[in-house]
Design a protein around this ligand. Structure first.
Ligand code: SF4
Ligand code: SF4
Length: 302
């Protein structure tokens, strides 16, 4: 079952409280308990690593490309395909499954996941949570986080005796750490309402968002080899950090996206005074022009 299919079931189960769904229609908190164990001796070992809809987060991509010793460009070309999310069409990279091999994940072998210690956060969550972006959106505004269990028929891990709380499971799998790394990016995805419910992210913003989310080498060239530093003031200490540290650069990128796409204020990236003044003038000019047009239209109607 693909995760997209699963997401629909999760929606349905949460709405109707269905008993026969693969998703337990119960909202769990961090102290909720469940029994589960996944290990090479289980009869279904690696069965779940196919036909998955895995959206890669920026931190997933950094970990995987380092693990494989690839540039971001090559990693993206070999292992991902682009996808536009929902009505706002925010671009993301999806892990490409091997279609001619029954939808197998490119990293699975009979011995298990070949990138296990660097596996994506989506794989770390399983079988807890799996809150799709869509569901988080639907529940945006609710302070309280929630989880649920995914019980697919082929998964024998639930027949094992090892007991977990959601909290312990997340710590054990490293999903807490990955969530911390990706938090600001997730917040940007959920902020897409800034474009209005029905509006798409503009194409130029889409390009920036995709570059920062997937390709640290390109983003680094953009910062150091384009007119970026003529436009924005950035502290020298930060520049030194992001020069050769991908994770620092990724965090800086999230801040940049907030400023450049969502018009937020930042303590570390500021528009240079002259550029700021020119931008303000441009906005005032545009508004005056629009007001004059509206006045002309209003007069024409009288
Ligand atoms: S990355 Fe690893 S854990 Fe995730 S689907 Fe692929 S093989 Fe399975
Ligand atoms: S189906 Fe469940 S128990 Fe089997 S390998 Fe996948 S997660 Fe582990």
């Amino acid at each position: 079952m693909s995760l997209k299919h699963l997401e629909k079931k999760i929606d349905k189960a949460l709405k109707k409280g269905q008993k026969d769904s693969v998703v337990e229609p119960v909202r769990l908190d961090r102290d909720s308990k469940f029994k589960f164990r996944c290990y090479p001796g289980v009869s279904c070992f690696t069965k779940c690593c196919r036909n998955m809809n895995i959206i890669l987060t920026p931190y997933d991509i950094i970990r995987l490309k380092h693990r494989l010793g690839l540039s971001s460009d090559l990693f993206l070309r070999l292992y991902t395909e682009p996808e536009l999310l929902g009505i706002t069409r925010i671009p993301v990279a999806r892990l490409k499954m091997l279609e001619d091999e029954g939808g197998r994940c490119p990293f699975v072998t009979k011995d298990g996941c070949q990138v296990y210690s660097d596996r994506p956060v989506c794989c770390r969550y399983y079988p807890v949570g799996l809150a799709s972006l869509r569901q988080q959106e639907q529940h945006a505004g609710e302070e309280e986080e929630f989880f649920f269990l995914v019980k697919e028929p082929h998964c024998k891990g639930f027949e094992e005796d090892t007991e977990w709380t959601v909290e312990l499971w997340r710590e054990d799998q490293g999903s807490d750490f990955y969530d911390r790394m990706n938090r600001e990016w997730m917040e940007l995805l959920l902020r897409k309402r800034s474009f209005g419910e029905e509006t798409e992210m503009p194409p130029k913003a889409r390009e920036l968002f995709f570059m920062v989310s997937t390709n640290m080498e390109r983003f680094r060239s953009f910062v150091f080899e384009s007119r970026f530093l003529d436009t924005y003031k950035v502290d020298g200490k930060i520049l030194r950090k992001i020069l050769d540290d991908d994770v620092e650069l990724m965090q800086f990128g999230f801040e940049y996206l907030k400023v450049a796409i969502f018009g937020a204020e930042s303590d570390i990236i500021k528009l240079r005074e002259d550029i700021l003044n020119a931008t303000v003038k441009k906005i005032i000019k545009r508004r005056k022009k629009r007001r004059r047009r509206l006045e002309r239209l209003a007069k024409g109607r009288r």
